[in-house]
Write a protein that binds this ligand. Structure first.
Ligand code: SAM
Length: 330
């Protein structure tokens, strides 16, 4: 017996002989019979949670995005969503899914016709399901490079960001063009399918950072992320930027808790995150004169997307504390 085979962790590195394979298959069957079947049997008795048709199981949480507003009982799905349903998931007629169109409504629907590139559904039930933040969180960010963009967009959707605004800054290295924006908007749909959002996060066309600073005049909160200056550089003869950085190093400003908001409009909260090369002094000065507060996220230098998502997570939590859902108010 080799040393490898003696270790339980490597036991399966040896090819199984006939007897071993038989034992394994038997164990798998016993596992299925004893554990999985009762669970599936239990779930099949809860039709509102699971859909079963012709022996095919489809979780009701399988969500598909319909680009056209859903206004009738019969709904046609085409394009990549139909392709995924019919050719990747191979869903047969009778499959139940959830459809959403970005309006805030979600629709439980049954597949009634499957053509080559088109699926037709019958809506069985609809509900307005709001999984948005109680504030409109606006994320202005100098877009990072490559895959990190997609990651940023995916996580921003999950965290409830309402609008992502690509910023053009002096040190920006990436400016999303039409193709990139289209791909990122597809990412928004995929992330919304996964996390259950029924409103799509909007991705704006890129704008100059200076324009963004003044465009957010209505926002109740305006935070610009800026790393604190390392202690060793806080020497006599501080430069202008070092003086600004000292402000950033101060404690993060408080968001008013249990703040009241009246009317239909959600309060706007805006944040700005700089490029890998950081903000320039004139950008910092422009932001400050437009009423933005510099905030520090700690002594480590975060990547642009990490800083953006840290702020989004922090503010989505604070928003939920400031405006708790009606059912949670004691
Ligand atoms: N050398 C650059 C500088 O000193 O600004 C680093 C830029 S950092 C990679 C990219 C952006 O993330 C920054 O412009 C800022 O908006 C944000 N950021 C990164 N770390 C931060 C921190 N510790 N506190 C606040 N913002 C931070």
């Amino acid at each position: 017996m080799t040393k490898k085979a003696a270790s339980p962790g490597f036991a399966l590195s040896r090819p199984l002989d006939g007897q071993g394979r038989g034992k394994l298959l038997h164990s798998a069957k016993v596992f299925r019979k004893l554990l999985l079947c009762p669970i599936i049997g239990l779930e099949s008795s809860i039709p509102s949670v699971r859909g079963f048709r012709k022996g095919v199981f489809c979780s009701m949480s399988e969500r598909y995005f319909c680009a056209e507003p859903i206004q009738t009982e019969r709904v046609q799905l085409t394009g990549p969503e139909a392709h995924h349903l019919l050719h990747v998931m191979r869903a047969p007629v009778g499959t139940r899914v959830v459809l959403f169109d970005g309006s805030g409504w979600e629709f439980e629907a049954e597949l009634v016709r499957a053509a080559h590139q088109e699926a037709e559904f019958l809506v069985r039930h609809r509900a307005y399901v709001d999984r948005e933040l109680p504030v409109l969180l606006l994320l202005g960010v100098a877009m990072p490079k490559g895959d990190r963009q997609k990651w940023l967009v995916e996580k921003a959707v999950e965290l409830g960001v309402g609008r992502l605004v690509p910023l053009i800054t002096t040190r920006s290295v990436v400016q999303p063009g039409p193709g990139m924006l289209q791909r990122l908007r597809r990412t928004v749909i995929e992330a919304s399918k996964q996390c259950g959002r029924n409103h799509l996060m909007h991705i704006d066309l890129p704008i100059q950072a200076g324009e963004w600073f003044s465009a957010c005049a209505q926002a109740k909160l305006r935070w610009l992320a800026h790393p604190p200056r390392p202690a060793c550089s806080e020497e006599p003869g501080l430069s202008k930027s070092a003086a600004l950085l000292k402000i950033a190093a101060a404690q993060m400003p408080e968001v008013p808790l249990r703040e009241e908001h009246s009317g239909q409009m959600k309060p706007l909260w805006a944040v700005a995150v700089g490029p890998e090369g950081g903000w320039t002094e004139s950008e910092l000065a422009a932001a400050q004169s437009a009423g933005w507060q510099l905030v520090s996220l700690g002594p480590r230098i975060l990547r642009t997307e990490t800083a953006a998502l840290t702020l989004a997570a922090l503010l989505s939590h604070r928003a939920t504390v400031a405006f708790p859902p009606a059912s949670a108010v004691s």
